[in-house]
Design a protein around this ligand. Structure first.
Ligand code: UDP
Ligand code: MG
Length: 311
C-alpha cells in the first residue's frame, strides 16, 4: 500500500523537474513511508517528458502520464488524482515555486487528523505586482461570493486524504477548479504557511487570458451571484425607468415644460444597452459551461503511461 502519491502537472519544465524530484525524495526520506510520484506531462514541447522517463527508469515508484496535447493545468492535476493510489495525495507544481520540503509538514499535519492541509502563501516572490494584486483581489472576492469557503491565498499545493480524492475524481464537471472542489467536500481542513519562491527556471505557463478564463471558471463553478446580480440590477434599472416615465408623462401633459430630450434619450438607450449586454454576457458564461458539461467529452487523452490503471 502506498502512503503518499505526489502529483506533479508538467508543462515545459525541463530545468526544474529533476531537482524537484531529488529535493522531494531527500526530504521524504526522513519520514520512511512508501511514496509514488506521478508526473503528468501536459503536452510539453521541451525535453520534460524525456527527463521524466529517465527518472522513471531509475525509480520504480516514479510514473508518468503523457497527454496527447496540452489540456491545461487543472485537467493535468485531475488526471494525476485519478491515477494516484496513495492513502494520501499531494499536488505540487513542477516549477519549484512550491518548496518540496514543505511536504513533510503537510504530511505530519495530515497525520495529526486533518483530511486536507493546504499550503498558504505568505509571500510571493518573483511575480509581478499586477499578478499578485489581481490574485489577492480575486481570492478575496471569491471567498465573499462563493457558497463554500475557498481558502484565501492558496494554490493547489496541498495534501488530501484518500476520502477527499475519491470524492473529487467522481465530480463530473468539465471546468475544473480543484481548490474549490476540495473546499466543497468539507472534511477537516487546515493550512501551513510558506513563502512562494520564484520560479526556478522557465516561465509561467499561464497567459493572462488563461488566467482570466481560470478565474471565471472558478466563479461560475461555485457561485450564482453574477447571474443573480444581473437580475437585481435589472429590477433597479426598471424601477428607475418607471419613475422617469411617470415624470415624463407629468412633464408632457401637466406641467407642459418639456424639452425634446435628445441627450437623455441617448443616455438611457446606451445605458440600457450596456446593462443588457453585460447581462447577456454573464448568462453566456454559464451557458457555455453547461454546454461543455453536456458534451460529455473525456477530460483528457492519454498518449502513453507506465501506470496500470486497474481499479
Ligand atoms: N502547467 C500545466 N499545464 C499548463 C500550464 C501549466 O500542467 O497548461 C503546470 C506547470 O508546469 C506548473 C503548474 O502547472 O507545474 C503551475 O503552472 P505555472 O507555474 O505556469 O502557474 P503559476 O505558478 O504562474 O500560477
Ligand atoms: Mg508557477
Amino acid at each position: 500500500m502506498i502512503d503518499l502519491s505526489i502529483v506533479v502537472p508538467v508543462y515545459n519544465e525541463e530545468d526544474s523537474i529533476r531537482l524537484l524530484w531529488q529535493r522531494g525524495q531527500a526530504a521524504l526520506k526522513t519520514l520512511s513511508i512508501d511514496v509514488e510520484w506521478i508526473f503528468v506531462n501536459d503536452g510539453s514541447t521541451d525535453r520534460s517528458l524525456h527527463i521524466i522517463k529517465d527518472m522513471c527508469k531509475v525509480d520504480a515508484q516514479t510514473h508518468f502520464i503523457d497527454f496527447s496535447r496540452n489540456f491545461g493545468h487543472q485537467i493535468a492535476v485531475t488526471a494525476g488524482l485519478e491515477y494516484a493510489k496513495g492513502k494520501a495525495v499531494v499536488i505540487i507544481d513542477a516549477d519549484l515555486q512550491d518548496p518540496p520540503e514543505l511536504m513533510i509538514e503537510l504530511y505530519k499535519k495530515h497525520k495529526a487528523g486533518y483530511e486536507v492541509v493546504y499550503a498558504k502563501r505568505k509571500d510571493r516572490y518573483g511575480e509581478s505586482w499586477l499578478k499578485k494584486m489581481t490574485a489577492k483581489l480575486y481570492y478575496r472576492t471569491m471567498s465573499r461570493i462563493s457558497a463554500v469557503t475557498i481558502p484565501i491565498d492558496t494554490g493547489d499545493y496541498r495534501i488530501m486524504d484518500r476520502k477527499v480524492v475519491d470524492v473529487i475524481i467522481n465530480m463530473p464537471e468539465q471546468h475544473k477548479f480543484v481548490r474549490g472542489q476540495v473546499a466543497w467536500t468539507g472534511f477537516n481542513q487546515t493550512f501551513v504557511e510558506y513563502n512562494r519562491e520564484e520560479r526556478f527556471a522557465g516561465e509561467s505557463g499561464y497567459t493572462w487570458s488563461q488566467m482570466i478564463r481560470f478565474a471565471i471558471d472558478g466563479i461560475t463553478a461555485f457561485s450564482d451571484i453574477p447571474l443573480r446580480l444581473v437580475s437585481y440590477f435589472g429590477i433597479i434599472v426598471s424601477f428607475v425607468a418607471f419613475l422617469l416615465g411617470l415624470y415624463a408623462l407629468y412633464a408632457r401633459f401637466i406641467s407642459m415644460d418639456y424639452v425634446p430630450g435628445w441627450a437623455s434619450l441617448m443616455i438611457t438607450i446606451l445605458f440600457l444597452g450596456g446593462v443588457q449586454m453585460i447581462g447577456i454576457g454573464i448568462i453566456g458564461e454559464y451557458i457555455s459551461r453547461i454546454q461543455s458539461d453536456v458534451r460529455h467529452r473525456p477530460l483528457y487523452v492519454v498518449k502513453e503511461t507506465n501506470i496500470s490503471h486497474e481499479e
